[in-house]
Design a protein around this ligand. Structure first.
Ligand SMILES: C[S@@+](CC[C@H](N)C(=O)[O-])C[C@H]1O[C@@H](n2cnc3c(N)ncnc32)[C@H](O)[C@@H]1O
Length: 210
């Protein structure tokens, strides 16, 4: 629940959310329990997860359930869209498929299980900036949560790869993640000929002040 709690911390001040890929509905439950929201769209493209959400959220009236693909059913009543627990490429494909739906969205809270760099790059190339970020560790896995709003900011490779705000904050969990990766990557010979990997190693060295 640490990951879902951390995601819910980013909802304020918006009170009408859509959770795409709501699965069990736990995120929406946390948001209601903490009085963070007034209304939620629980969206999943599979009936099993959607039914699980309905069951777990039966005490809450202000939820609409949609068996639908991605942002298809999101309308102008929704301020904040959350997509979490999926690969970055899947999140990109969901956003890309219904790009027009992003016009009215004030905040996107995204948590990719991988390809965070590609996700950040996609968002900043499509009119968003990184409004906030957080990294947490749960069950021995690291999760980066990114909050995007409309606007422009300049970013370099390191900003997008490591997360501009994560780099600035340098939480203990962030340092631990990249220290672990550094030790792992250091021993892989292939890195010495791969220019992108060299850039990543240099970035980690900057973060760790090596
Ligand atoms: C791994 S679960 C993550 C659940 C939850 N968001 C979390 O962070 O714990 C991914 C969920 O997204 C749903 N999903 C995958 N692709 C989707 C899409 N295009 N539209 C809606 N739901 C989708 C899956 O059915 C599944 O319930």
């Amino acid at each position: 629940m640490k990951r879902l709690n951390a995601i819910s911390d980013f909802i304020y001040p918006y009170r009408r959310i859509a959770d795409i890929g709501c699965d069990h509905g736990y995120l929406i439950k946390i948001a209601f329990e903490n009085n963070l929201i007034d209304y939620a769209y629980a969206i999943d493209n599979k009936i099993g997860p959607l039914n699980s959400s309905k069951n777990n959220l039966k005490d809450y009236q202000n939820v609409s359930y949609f068996l639908s693909d991605g942002l298809e059913k999101v309308d102008e009543s929704i301020d904040c869209v959350i997509i979490a627990g999926m690969g970055g490429m899947l999140i990109i494909s969901i956003l890309e498929k219904n790009k027009d739906k992003l016009k009215n969205i004030k905040r996107l809270i995204l948590q990719a299980n991988r390809d965070e760099y590609l996700l950040r790059k996609y968002l900043v190339e499509n009119g968003f900036y990184i409004q906030n970020e957080k990294i947490i560790k749960e069950d021995n896995k690291y999760y980066e949560i990114d909050c995007f709003e409309k606007g422009y900011e300049e970013y370099d490779f390191n900003d997008l790869y490591f997360g501009k705000i994560l780099m600035k904050n340098k939480d203990d969990v962030f340092i631990e993640k990249w220290n672990n990766k550094y030790q792992k990557y250091k021993n892989i010979k292939a890195y010495s000929t791969d220019t992108e990997k060299i850039k990543i190693m240099k970035g980690i060295e900057q973060i760790l002040c090596k």
